[in-house]
Design a protein around this ligand. Sequence first.
Ligand code: FAD
Ligand code: SF4
Length: 552
Amino acid sequence: MSPRNKQFDFDFIVVGSGFGGSVAAHRLVEKGYRVAVMEMGRRWTPETLPRTSWTLRRWLWRPKLGLRGFFNMRFFRHVTIFHGCAVGGGSITYACTLLPAPEKVWEAKSWTGLANWKAEMPQYYATAARMLGVTENKILGPADLLLKRTADAAGSGHTFYCTNVGIFQARTGETSNQTFSDPFFGGEGPQRTTCLGCGGCMMGCRFGAKNTLDLGYLYLAEKHGAQLFPETQVTNVRPLPAASDGGAGYEVCTVKSTAWIRRQSRRFTCRGVVLAASALGTTELLFRLKEKGSLPGISSELGKHVRTNSESLIGARMPGYHEDLSQGIAIGSGVYIDEHTHIEAVRYPRGSDAMGMLTTILTNGRPGPRRIGLWVRNVIASFLRHPFHTLRVLQPWGWAREFVILLCMQALESQIEMRWERPWFWPFRKFLVSRGGKVPTYIPKANEFAQKFAQLTGGFPMSMLPEILFNVPGTAHCIGGCVIADSSNHGVVDSRHRVFGYKNMYICDGSVVAANLGVNPSLTITALAERAMSFIPPVAECTWNDAASIRS
Ligand SMILES: Cc1cc2nc3c(=O)[nH]c(=O)nc-3n(C[C@H](O)[C@H](O)[C@H](O)COP(=O)(O)OP(=O)(O)OC[C@H]3O[C@@H](n4cnc5c(N)ncnc54)[C@H](O)[C@@H]3O)c2cc1C
Ligand code: SF4
């Protein structure tokens, strides 16, 4: 407790409870601060999580339509962004693959030279990995073995690896589905059950095996005093009148995110703020606050350098396959088909077939009208040649049991910009819109791999329908928008995540990441947040005067 600051409701308010937000909450509570965490999404328990993706109202997040789940899709001209929205942020829906980024990501971007990243980051990666319970996947399902077979046939079998995941697994020789008292935090954490390999990680783990943040960082933060406000959306953050740079504290306004009417507006005060609403969430919130005049000094670099890991979702469907391809963990293994291109085998649990409505027959060729024409031709030709089989692979039922998603990621540079503009079709208010060059939706080598995969198993190679029709890739790994840089001319925060232009304001989420990681980002976001929080002193030593440093 910090008695000096009793005139404020909290010392710190953390906006968002995902990877960055949970680290911030836990570490700040440890240092003696009074912390509140505002989270727009709901709190989930094994009893409330949906059994399959057909229970749309408990899977998708679109509260105005009565959908109050934990998985959100945002559609932009350049990209469809998938992200989590829950107490525990993206960890509730994520596939728990936790890989460190290759060292080269610290070179040649806006964060280069601002810290000795290569020397500093390993210790924070190690802490993040320990806290998230990272271990090598021991549960290889049939989809992983098929990935290995295809990689062998494609000459890249030697790159096959089992993913590192945040899952509590049984020890070799022991049976799964066994409950133990806290195995991770010396008895401080909740009891846990070993993984069944049901493939359900992305629908939320109903067995207590996935190391979601509400069972780790956030659990510890709450246990030691952090106050968590679920279904609470932050709508305003502005400096208290005594100092326009936030040196005298902030006012944070919220509404109930799941209410239509009676939105229960509330106002809190605090000395410092940690924005951790995700790459998209923080960027959007800061655009709103800049426009409103609440935070006019935010850098005009806001929204720039948004990266999507250059992803393409393809796959193969094997109607009537003799094994259940949904068995295993959500992402059990991966291969590198060349120096830049990484493919992971991904699955949904049995019965979660709703995504099947977005998959269609794989079509090669440069994106655009010609590819759409080719796709129509392929579908018609397939119907004429194998009407029953084609119908079978295009209808969603049984999809999760018969489908292997191949998530292809490239560590090649490609970025877009998010802007706050009035779209031509609705000039009455501003929205977040994407601008810039097209992000590739067609990775020829990945398509070849999917074709080989299907050939070996007698299945059909498949693509995502929006990628073909609209030339818009989907990504679950949106990063950037408020990147780390030397000054507000090049980014939004400094190397300690302090927001340029404001005091005691930090950003701890995927928006600060300044390079395309080429791997799933959550471990890096966690490690960066650990590093940022390590610079904040214990409450007794805090002078509440922390401002970003500007390098010339
Ligand atoms: C289906 C799926 C699978 C994935 N699998 C993996 C994987 O295997 N490995 C991996 O590394 N990554 C994976 N990811 C990506 C991963 O989930 C994100 O990279 C990660 O969660 C980002 O962390 P973050 O701290 O930036 O924010 P998040 O974890 O997204 O948390 C931000 C939180 O802020 C809340 N919020 C937003 N705006 C407000 C507001 N105004 N007021 C209050 N709260 C707000 C949101 O509701 C959200 O809960 C996956 C994502 C998806 C969707
Ligand atoms: S495979 Fe099933 S039991 Fe294991 S972590 Fe994922 S959802 Fe939980």
